[in-house]
Design a protein around this ligand. Structure first.
Ligand code: PXL
Length: 276
């Protein structure tokens, strides 16, 4: 059985990062170990204010040392929101010591959306994230993150040439496989794209205009679940995109649920798609 380690924060309330990654990947039949990078009372996006933040950076080396002492290792590593640049260094150390030699590394450079960095991130973090992405087997950026990683101007309206420029920029950084999310060429549709350094495959689907918090993490976690179950990259991206859409549709008519999406009741659809 595959055992994955996922490193990202726990936002106690707000349906993102570990509170979605752990249930989703586990439901996909994969043993999921966690390393919380920080504990926050809520996510940091709008809607909540004054969140608490406990940085767990200093705990990471001793946690990894204990795993090394116990002979624990992992088949795969998936990183999401990381709380500090030092954490990126520790993640790279875990990759070099605790991940199996042929282990798979999936990095979601979760740091930005809609043209801006999330609160608390700066350019030094972006520079370090470039290093982590260059060591990954697959990265899962959105357009904002791809533009920050490549230094190419962020655009809200663009064409295929712009997307190719982003992909080539990421390839130049050393990224081997790229799944780019939120790729939209017209107002009524959006989609995901998989690039293995040679071929681009695009899956277009309907666009729901309401942005919902945490869907990047839901996409990444369901992608990981599908990919580790043997789905090719574009198929895993398609399954994950369809799951996100279903989660949003399950939530948008409930104004009380503004802080995330109700992904739990839709898990059976994800599992069915993976085992199809
Ligand atoms: O969904 C990414 C994410 C993860 N963790 C925290 C966040 C966000 C996005 O805002 O605030 C704490």
């Amino acid at each position: 059985m595959t055992r994955i380690l996922t490193i990202q924060d726990i936002s106690c309330v707000g349906q993102c990062s570990l509170t979605v990654a752990l249930p989703i990947i586990s439901a996909c039949g994969i043993e999921t170990s966690i390393l919380p990078s920080a504990v926050l009372s809520t996510h940091t996006a709008s809607g909540f204010s004054g969140y608490s933040f406990r940085d767990l950076t200093d705990d990471m080396p001793s946690i990894n040392q204990h795993w090394l002492n116990e002979g624990i290792n992992f088949d795969a590593l998936y990183t999401g929101y990381l709380g500090s640049t030092k954490q990126i260094e520790y993640v790279i150390n875990i990759m070099n010591t605790t991940l199996k030699p042929e282990g798979l590394v999936i990095v979601d450079p979760a740091m930005a959306d809609f043209g801006s960095l999330y609160p608390g991130f700066n350019n030094t973090f972006v520079e370090d994230m470039k290093k982590l992405c260059s060591k990954a087997d697959i990265i899962l950026p959105n357009i904002t993150e791809a533009s920050l990683l490549t230094g190419i101007e962020y655009k809200e309206v663009y064409d295929e040439a712009y997307i190719s420029e982003l992909l080539e920029g990421l390839k130049k950084l050393g990224c081997k496989n790229i799944v780019l999310t939120g790729v939209s060429y017209d107002p009524s549709s959006t989609g995901v794209l998989a690039y293995n350094g040679e071929d681009v495959q695009y899956y277009k689907h309907k666009k729901i205009d309401k942005g919902c918090h945490g869907t990047g993490d839901i996409f990444a976690s369901s992608f990981v679940g599908a990919y580790l179950n043997g789905k090719p990259m574009i198929d895993a991206a398609k399954i994950a995109a369809n799951y996100c859409l279903a989660c949003i549709e399950n939530t948008i008519n409930d104004p009380a649920h503004w802080y995330g999406v109700k992904f739990e009741p839709v898990l059976p659809q994800l599992i069915k798609d993976i085992y199809k």
